[in-house]
Write a protein that binds this ligand. Sequence first.
Ligand SMILES: CC(C)(COP(=O)(O)OP(=O)(O)OC[C@H]1O[C@@H](n2cnc3c(N)ncnc32)[C@H](O)[C@@H]1OP(=O)(O)O)[C@@H](O)C(=O)NCCC(=O)NCCS
Length: 181
Amino acid sequence: MSELRGVAGRILFREGQESDLDAIAEVEAESYSSAGAGLSPALFAAPVDTLSHVALSDDRLVGHVLLTRVEGPDRALALAPLAILPSWRDMQIGTELVRRALARSRDDGWRSVFVIGQPDYYCRFGFKSGLADPAISPWQGPRLLALELVAGALEGWAGPLTFPESYEAVVRATLPKSAGH
Ligand SMILES: CC(C)(COP(=O)(O)OP(=O)(O)OC[C@H]1O[C@@H](n2cnc3c(N)ncnc32)[C@H](O)[C@@H]1OP(=O)(O)O)[C@@H](O)C(=O)NCCC(=O)NCCS
C-alpha cells in the first residue's frame, strides 16, 4: 500500500459497490450542477463495463471515481466522474483514488484510459493530450487526454472514439460549473 501524507493516510479506499450508489449520488450533487447529480448511477445502469473506487472517512463516503468502457482502441476506458466532497478537497484523496483505479484497470487488462478534463490536474497521472490527438471525437481538443496503461497501447491507433451516452451527460454536466474539467 502506498504511503499517504496527512488526512488521506486515514482514509479507507476500496472498490465501489451497488450499496454505495446513494452516497455517490450525494457526492456528485455537491460537486456538479443539478443536471450532474446521479450521473454514476446512470452509468452503472448502462450496459457497459464500469470500474469504480470510493474513499471513506469512518463510514462516510467522501469521494468517488468511475471508469467506463469506451469504443475506440482495444480495451479502452473513459474516466468520469471524479468527485470529492468540498470539505475533503486538496488532501490528495482524488489523486489517490485515481491512482488506485488506474492500477486496478491495468491489473484487469485494460490498455488505455481517456478523460475530458483539466490537463493541469490529469498530467500528474501521465495523461497527455498528444496521445489523444488521433481520436476522432466531438470532444477533440486540448482537454481530451489519454494515458497508456500498457506501453505503446495507442501507438499507430487512429479512429473514432465513442463515449457511452451517459458519459457524455457526465461531461456536459461538469463542463460549465466544474473547474476540474
Ligand atoms: C478536482 C477534484 C476531483 C480534485 O480532488 P482533490 O482530492 O481535491 O485533489 P487532490 O487533493 O488529489 O489534488 C490536489 C491538487 O490538485 C490541484 N487541483 C485541484 N483541482 C484542480 C483543478 N480543477 N485543476 C487543476 N488542478 C487542480 C490542486 O491545486 C492540488 O495541487 P498540488 O497537489 O500540486 O498541491 C475535486 O476538486 C472535485 O471533486 N471537484 C469538483 C468535481 C470536479 O471538478 N471533478 C473533476 C472532473 S469530473
